[in-house]
Design a protein around this ligand. Structure first.
Ligand code: HSE
Length: 426
């Protein structure tokens, strides 16, 4: 199988390294020849080390894609419009595609997957979600004998790293984010990580695979982690929970409940112990019960190893990989999403108020008016004169009651900061 690779950055470089180190064993153990036929990058400088090693190199992706001797395009450049153009061209040439580009697939998968099906080609994307965790293959093949009813996942290593270090070392959000960027975990635009966009791309793909409907990532509810403070982390510990940014999928009759937001995860839940840059996917299936898969979600070699696994899979089936048709991933098969207002959860509220008579009474009366039942309240001695933190835990409540109550509470003169709202994992 002759491979054309676009992108010699972190993951592209990792793919080249793995192919170099494992091609002999692929040949001897599996009888497969994976040949890196051409490497494409933007500049001659980027290509120079590979040219020096004897690889055929080019700065023209278009030319490489037109080369009839190339069987598979590996797209590891990132971004939207150029990869969309290259992948479309490769599929039109009948070539298979392997990509790690979750943003591209979440945005344009509905045109690329049907095109692949029409052309008898395949787009494999194991590296797009959960890096080193073979979750795409697990959903499409390993769990095919069960219906996936519920999925909760930690799929942004940057956020998990930030929340873990805030919790274990008492550090501020900003200082840990800088460190995550320096270590290369964060996206080029870190707002994609911390505002939950990267998790939404990946959750939409997983929810689509679970439901076999197109889940449009732009329509799912997304809240990131940038508003989580050290105070929330400390209260979470007191409640015997960890705060995690979760991607959630739930099969709700004919509808799909898919969303991304921080959750208070009880410390006895398997996801609570998934720390640092690790990713994890927790699934509940009808025939199988609960399962947890965890591993590196990003990084050079874990992500590259998922790309290489897709290449081996294509080579094994000599391009005739019929087991995972994706033609259903299209606009006219769009999932009917459960609106966030209709969802239910137990909630954590943290109100910052003046230290005055009747403040707590005002808050609880608004909650009562909105039929929100209180499970417990924490209010500590005042350390910062004039300001009080009141934490309220609710019983299970509909989201639409919460938004209207919080708007009324935030409008109170005695409430000084925007109130914090975090759902418990159900
Ligand atoms: N920025 C992503 C993360 C990289 O932190 O998980 C992998 O998609």
């Amino acid at each position: 199988m002759r491979i054309g690779l676009i992108g010699t950055g972190t993951v592209g470089g990792g793919v080249i390294d793995i192919l170099e180190s494992k091609s002999k064993s692929f040949q001897e153990d599996l009888g497969l020849t994976l040949e890196l036929a051409c490497i494409c990058a933007r500049t001659d400088e980027e290509l120079a080390p590979f040219k020096a090693k004897g690889y055929t190199v080019t700065t023209s992706a278009d030319q490489m894609i037109k080369d009839p001797s190339i069987d598979v395009l590996v797209e590891l450049a990132g971004g939207y419009e150029m990869p969309r153009k290259w992948i479309t061209a490769a599929l039109n040439e009948g070539k298979h595609v392997v990509t790690a580009n979750k943003a591209l697939l979440a945005k344009y998968g509905h045109e690329l997957f049907p095109l692949a099906e029409e052309k008898g080609a395949h787009i494999l994307f194991e590296a797009a979600v959960g890096g080193g965790i073979p979750i795409i293959r697990s959903i499409q093949e390993g769990f095919v004998g069960s219906k996936i009813e519920h999925l909760s996942c930690i799929i942004n290593g940057t956020c998990n790293y930030i929340l873990t270090r805030m919790s274990k070392e008492g550090l501020s959000f900003e200082s840990v984010l800088k460190d995550a960027q320096a270590k290369g975990y964060a996206e080029a635009d870190p707002t994609f990580d911390i505002e939950g966009v990267d998790s939404a791309h990946k959750t939409a793909l997983l929810a689509s695979l679970c439901s076999r409907k197109h889940v449009d990532f732009e329509k799912i509810h997304v809240t990131g982690v940038s508003s989580i403070t050290s105070a929330d982390i400390a209260y979470a510990k007191e409640l015997d929970c960890s705060i995690k940014l979760l991607g959630l999928y739930h099969a709700s009759g004919d509808r799909v409940d898919a969303r991304v937001h921080p959750c208070l995860v009880p410390n006895d839940h398997l996801l609570s112990s998934v720390n640092g840059v690790l990713n994890a996917v927790f699934l509940e299936c009808d025939n199988l019960g609960p399962t947890l898969q965890t591993g590196a979600g990003a990084g050079r070699l874990p992500t590259a190893s998922a790309v290489v696994a897709d290449l081996v899979s294509l080579a094994r089936s000599a391009g005739k990989r019929e087991s995972i048709p994706m033609g259903w991933f299209q606009k006219n098969n769009e999932a009917d999403l459960v609106p966030i207002e209709e969802t239910e959860a137990r909630y954590y509220f943290r109100f910052t108020t003046q230290d005055a008579c009747g403040v707590l009474a005002n808050i609880t009366s608004i909650l009562a008016k909105n039929q929100i039942s209180i499970e417990s309240i924490i209010q500590k001695d005042v350390k910062d004169p004039g300001k009080v933190s009141i934490v309220v835990i609710t019983e299970k409540t509909k989201e639409k009651r919460i938004s209207s109550a919080i708007a009324s509470i935030d409008a109170l003169e005695s409430v000084s900061d925007k109130s914090q709202v975090i759902r418990f994992l159900m």
